[in-house]
Design a protein around this ligand. Structure first.
Ligand SMILES: [Zn+2]
Length: 316
C-alpha cells in the first residue's frame, strides 16, 4: 500500500500460526507489506499425546519456521507457553512446564503465550497462574488467549488474575477481543488485540468500526491464521479498508504495525532494525542442510530488497 512517494505501509501480523500455512501465504503476506509475524505456541487441532511432541514443536518455532519465513523476506518471532486446552492433561502439562523456561529466553521469543482460559477449568487456572509467575520472573510480555465461549467473563477474569500475580497491564496483550470486551480491556490499561476472521467472529468491517469508535491507542490487529479457515492477509486488508473508510493513516499505522512492535518489543527481542535494512533474500540458503526449494524451481536471489505494494488487495 503506497501512501506517499517513498512511504510504503508496513505491517506486523502479531498472531499467525505459520507452520500451518503454505509458502504461497508467505509470498502473499510479504507482497501485502507484512515485514514480521509473531507465531504463538498453541495446540495442533488435536491433543498431543506426549511431551516430545511439544519439544519438537517449540524447536520448530524457534528454528526451521524462523528460517522458512526469512526465505520470503519476513522476520519470524514466537511466543512460548502451554495452551489452555492442553493444560487439562495434567501429566502433559507438568512435563511441558519444565520445558517452557528453556525456550523462553531463546532468540526471537517475544512473550509467554498464548495462555489463558478455554473452558475455565481448575487445571487451566493453575497453569495460567504458573505461567504468569514465570513471565513476571523473566520480565517477558504475556499474550492472552481469551475463551471463545463465555468470552466476557473469561476476559475479565484473565485480567483480574494478571493483576493478582503482579503483572503490569502494559506488558499483557489480551487477544481475540470483540465489541463486548474492548472497553474494559482498554480502560484497565491492557493491550487489546483483535483476530480478524473471514465471514465469522471479527471481520474487517467490524474492526474498522472499532477503530473509528476507540481510536488506535493500544489496539492491535492480527490475523490469527492457522490450520482452520482463516485469512493470512487479514492485517493488510483491514488496513486498506480502514484507510478507504476514512480512518486516519496514523491510526492504521498504530493498529497494524507500531503497537505490536511497542508491546512485544518490551521483550528486547524485536526491533525495527530487524527489517528496516534486511539482508537480501537468498533461497539457496540451507537450514541444517535443508532447503525450501523443490524440483527445478529456481531460487529467488535478490540483489537488494524491493519496495512492496498492496494496492491490488481484494477485500471480501
Ligand atoms: Zn492462536
Amino acid at each position: 500500500m503506497r501512501l506517499g512517494d517513498d512511504d510504503t505501509m508496513k505491517f506486523i501480523d502479531a498472531h499467525a500460526h505459520m507452520i500451518s500455512r503454505t509458502t504461497d501465504d508467505y509470498e502473499a503476506m510479504a507482497a501485502s507489506g507484512v515485514v514480521a509475524v509473531i507465531e504463538p505456541a498453541f495446540w495442533l487441532g488435536q491433543p498431543r499425546t506426549n511431551v516430545g511432541s511439544y519439544l519438537d514443536y517449540l524447536s520448530t518455532l524457534v528454528g526451521f519456521e524462523r528460517f522458512r519465513a526469512s526465505q520470503f523476506g519476513i522476520r519470524h518471532y514466537c511466543t512460548v507457553g502451554l495452551n489452555s486446552k492442553e493444560a487439562n492433561n495434567e501429566e502433559l502439562a507438568e512435563a511441558v512446564m519444565d520445558l517452557i523456561p528453556r525456550f523462553a529466553l531463546k532468540e526471537g521469543v517475544v512473550a509467554i503465550g498464548e495462555i489463558g482460559y478455554d473452558e475455565q477449568t481448575p487445571l487451566e487456572d493453575k497453569y495460567f497462574r504458573l505461567q504468569l509467575d514465570l513471565a513476571r520472573e523473566l520480565d517477558l510480555p504475556v499474550m492472552i488467549h481469551t475463551p471463545h465461549r463465555d468470552k466476557k467473563r473469561g476476559t475479565t477474569r484473565s485480567m483480574d488474575v494478571c493483576i493478582e500475580h503482579g503483572l503490569e497491564p502494559g506488558k499483557v496483550i489480551i487477544d481475540h477481543n470483540n465489541e463486548e470486551t474492548v472497553r474494559e480491556v482498554l480502560d484497565r490499561g491492557f493491550w487489546a488485540a483483535f483476530s480478524i476472521y473471514p465471514c465469522t467472529k471479527m471481520g474487517n468491517a467490524r474492526m474498522v468500526e472499532i477503530l473509528r469508535h476507540y481510536g488506535a491507542d493500544r489496539i492491535i490487529v492480527d490475523s490469527a491464521c492457522d490450520w482452520g479457515i482463516s485469512e493470512p492477509l487479514a492485517v493488510a486488508k483491514t488496513a486498506k479498508l480502514a484507510l478507504q473508510s476514512g480512518v486516519p493513516e496514523e491510526h492504521v499505522r498504530l493498529a497494524c504495525y507500531r503497537n505490536a512492535l511497542e508491546a512485544y518489543g518490551q521483550s528486547g527481542q524485536m526491533s525495527e532494525e530487524d527489517w528496516l535494512n534486511p539482508p537480501p533474500i537468498d533461497q539457496r540458503t540451507l537450514y541444517e542442510g535443508n532447503s525450501i526449494l523443490r524440483g527445478g524451481r529456481p531460487p529467488v536471489v535478490e540483489a537488494r530488497r524491493s519496495a512492496r505494494s498492496a494496492d491490488d488487495l481484494v477485500i471480501e
